[in-house]
Design a protein. Structure first.
Length: 255
């Protein structure tokens, strides 16, 4: 009888174990939700810092970021890649995704600057200098928001630049200048700030030639976590998120 009773206890324990395990989800009693956020490359450092800040108030949500040029992110959404939120570096790219996203809203702004090596060895002071034949200049490709902005700025200044290369995201413009493989490029002011000033520095572009880049964010319609995706997109417009973005050099979103 004792052996039979012991066997019954063991069997009941085995049946109840999976039920108990289902309740273990970070201590909140709910299963953790992982949100895949597609974000423009220029948001890399700021969004990396946001992960911990968001987790404080949303312990049951884990953020997983994928950074690339906005045009690459848009292509992923169109192809049906699994994702929940997208944040682009321009409104044009987001507008073209209108049938794939829900209620896009601007959440931050940015400006551009000329990036040069530390100490500005080529003595670059204006946009016009970028047309010099002795310079190797890198611009993001024309389909990349930063590349499109750069060309608009150069057109305003009536400057023609023949870039040495045209990478597919703005961070790849910064790298050759940092390594001394290029003399200058046009990037976001936030990229130079995040680089820390150890190997590159900024040459300002006058306001009358510069422009404001507006970044929108939206939940993706096919998200499997619609409510959580909308909540994160909305959080990016709150003061805690704006404070982090401002620390990285971004401007506040338009009212």
């Amino acid at each position: 009888m004792r052996l039979r009773a012991l066997a019954l206890v063991v069997a009941l324990a085995a049946l109840l174990a999976p039920v108990a395990a289902c309740g273990k989800s970070g201590g909140s009693g709910q299963a953790k939700t992982t949100l895949t956020v597609l974000a423009a490359a220029s948001l890399t450092n700021a969004f990396g810092e946001m992960k911990a800040a968001y987790a404080k108030d949303h312990p049951d949500v884990t953020l997983r970021f994928s950074f690339a040029g906005s045009q690459e992110l848009a292509a992923q959404v169109r192809s049906g890649a699994p994702a929940d939120v997208i944040a682009t570096a321009d409104e044009k790219t987001m507008t073209a995704l209108s049938k794939y996203v829900v209620d896009p809203e601007p959440f931050v702004t940015n400006r551009l600057a000329i990036v040069v090596g530390k100490g500005n060895p080529k003595h670059i002071t204006t946009l016009r200098d970028l047309a010099r034949s002795d310079l190797k200049v890198v611009l993001a490709g024309p389909t990349v928001p930063a590349g499109r902005y750069a060309r608009q700025i150069l057109a305003r200044a009536q400057v023609t630049v023949r870039p040495k290369s045209e990478p597919t995201d703005v961070r790849q413009v910064l790298t050759p200048v940092r390594l001394g493989e290029a003399d200058a490029g046009i990037v976001y002011v936030t990229d130079i700030k995040d680089a820390g000033g150890s190997q590159v520095q900024a040459v300002s572009i006058p306001a009358k030639q510069n422009l404001i880049a507006t970044y929108p964010v939206a939940a993706i319609k096919d998200s499997r976590h619609a409510a959580a995706a909308k909540a994160f997109a909305a959080w990016l417009r709150t003061e805690p998120a704006t404070a982090i973005l401002t620390e990285h050099g971004f401007g506040r979103p338009p009212k």
